[in-house]
Design a binder for this molecule. Structure first.
Ligand code: XUL
Length: 513
């Protein structure tokens, strides 16, 4: 039996999925929750709390401790890591890790007797890594826009975006030039972890690289002018960009301590969204993916390259070939959970009962669930907005309002792709909610399909490893691992209700952004 390992360093946890590609089976899986299992990093939600709410940074050493721990868990559980024939991985997109000249020699000689975090600590030129939730770079985005204008969107697939790496690097080089000068290499979360796994600095792929505002998607090379504008010498400190199916190295001897044979082929890591696209079987056009997590994301394989005129949607490389769209909504599960807690409701009431007590359309009640600053559309300050008196509303009405509004904004902001999606694949924590699935089906007038595996980014990484190494084609793998286990059809009669709600939602959104 040959196995393939997928790793995913997300916002709140690091997950691992081990698959038997031929049998179509998940052989083992494990996860490490940063807040709960690594309390020493004081990051209950995966980032270090900061007095400035626009700043969101995480400790890269926490991700390394999580990598050690997740592999230890797999190995202690008897997972057949000695049968791993290929590995790939996934990282939360946009986050960047800054490394000094010691990075390469340290990862090239990892001591199997000591944890990774202690060995890598001296290699960080910046103690904390800005992650995708960071919004501190509005001035840098304005400067990038003033200098490059439409070129950014046309070339990199997105206008200047706060959480994207270009603005983050520019801010770092400006406020901390000394540490910038000590930086020999900038990695994404994905390529940082991949590099440690291989014991050598690794490239990025076009899926994750496109989340930097630096990559020219037509040439698949970093734009040296944009790079130089962000920080002096940046072009020479960026990883190489390679195709998404490239085998970029072999696992380092360090990982033999968990049973992984030294030299096991490693396929270039990618971002969590491109990996999820593969992990839910959405790599070909026709089906859109709704991923309900800390952030909610909507993404789909794109038949051709086009960009969002409103600047909210993004274009990334699709690991199955071509491009993918992505629209990210920062107020995902946190918003749902905030409303649930405000209503004093348990999940069962939230997911089912509240929706049975209210009618589709909710009597016109809509809300903008901005409990944290939002990226789609960009709204810099937190504060939920209601078109009704929230204080006087029943808990069930508030719950329907948040769920319907979240579905409506996804439909509204995915229209630029010019496609009417008749199938949605749903994944992530809240995809278990029967009520939310029905609302999505009704709002999109589409069939909502669920698959059995929840950890779609880690699974996607494992499938990418298997496909790149030649175990099977994506189509064969999708059939085995990603066939829908449950579908929800739109209900008759709801379409006109939600078409009207969509128009009203667009008006409400425009009134505040
Ligand atoms: C996408 C985005 C998030 C992160 C974390 O642009 O910022 O989805 O990838 O999941």
């Amino acid at each position: 039996m040959k196995c393939y390992l997928g790793l995913d360093a997300g916002t709140q946890s690091l997950k691992a999925v081990l698959i038997n590609a031929a049998a179509g089976e998940v052989v083992a899986s494990a996860s490490v929750n940063f807040g709960r299992e690594l309390p020493q990093y004081q990051s209950p939600n995966g980032f270090v709390p900061d007095s400035d709410p626009t700043v969101r940074q995480a400790d890269p050493l926490m991700w390394l401790d999580a990598l050690d721990l997740v592999l230890e868990k797999l190995s202690n559980a008897g997972a057949p890591l000695q049968l791993v024939a290929g590995i790939s991985g996934s990282g939360q997109q946009h986050g960047s890790v800054y490394l000094n000249g010691r990075f390469a020699p340290i990862i090239g000689a990892l001591d199997p007797e000591r944890p990774l975090s202690g060995q890598l600590a001296p290699a960080l030129s910046r103690r904390l890594a800005p992650i995708w939730m960071d919004h501190s770079t509005t001035p840098e985005c304005a400067e990038l826009t003033a200098r490059f204008g439409e070129r950014l969107r046309n070339e990199t697939g997105s206008p200047a975006i706060e959480r994207f790496t270009a603005a983050q690097i520019r801010r770092f080089a400006r406020i901390d030039p000394e540490d910038w000068n000590a930086t020999a290499a900038v990695h994404l979360v994905s390529s940082f972890l991949g590099s440690v796994l291989c014991g050598a600095a690794l490239p990025v792929d076009c899926g994750d690289g496109a989340g930097m505002n630096l990559l020219d998607l037509s040439t698949r090379k970093f734009d040296p002018l944009i790079a130089e504008f962000c920080a002096p010498g940046l072009a020479g400190r960026l990883p190489e960009v390679v195709p998404d199916d490239r085998i970029v190295g072999g696992s380092a001897p360090y990982f033999a301590r968990y049973g992984i044979p030294t030299g096991t082929p490693v396929v270039v890591f990618s971002g969590d969204n491109p990996n999820s696209l593969i992990g839910v079987g959405g790599g070909r056009p026709g089906v859109a993916v709704v991923s309900l997590g800390t952030s909610d994301t909507f993404f789909a394989a794109m038949p051709d390259f086009r960009t969002d005129p409103d600047g909210c949607g993004h274009v990334f490389g699709n690991p199955a070939g071509g491009f993918m769209s992505l629209i990210c909504f920062a107020n995902g599960s946190l918003a749902r959970d905030t409303v649930r807690r405000q209503c004093g409701a348990d999940w069962d009431f939230f997911d089912r009962t509240a929706l049975e007590l209210t009618a589709p359309g909710n009597g016109g009640r809509l809300m903008l669930p901005y409990f944290v600053p939002e990226c789609t559309p960009p709204v810099g300050t937190a504060g939920a907005v209601y078109n009704f008196d929230a204080g006087a509303a029943a808990p069930a009405e508030l719950i329907r309002a948040v769920l319907e509004s979240q579905a409506l904004r996804m439909r509204l902001h995915s229209q630029w792709q010019g496609e009417t999606f008749r199938r949605l694949r749903i994944t992530g924590g809240a995809s278990g909610s029967v009520g939310f699935r029905q609302i999505l089906a009704d709002v999109f007038e589409a069939t909502v399909e669920s698959i059995a595996v929840a950890d779609s980014a880690a699974l996607g990484a494992a499938l990418r490893a298997a496909a790149a190494i030649g175990a099977a084609t994506f189509e064969e793998l999708w059939e085995k691992f990603c066939s829908p286990v449950e579908t929800v059809a739109p209900r008759a009669g709801t379409a006109p209700v939600y078409r009207r709600a969509l128009r009203e939602f667009a008006v409400l959104e425009r009134s505040v952004s």
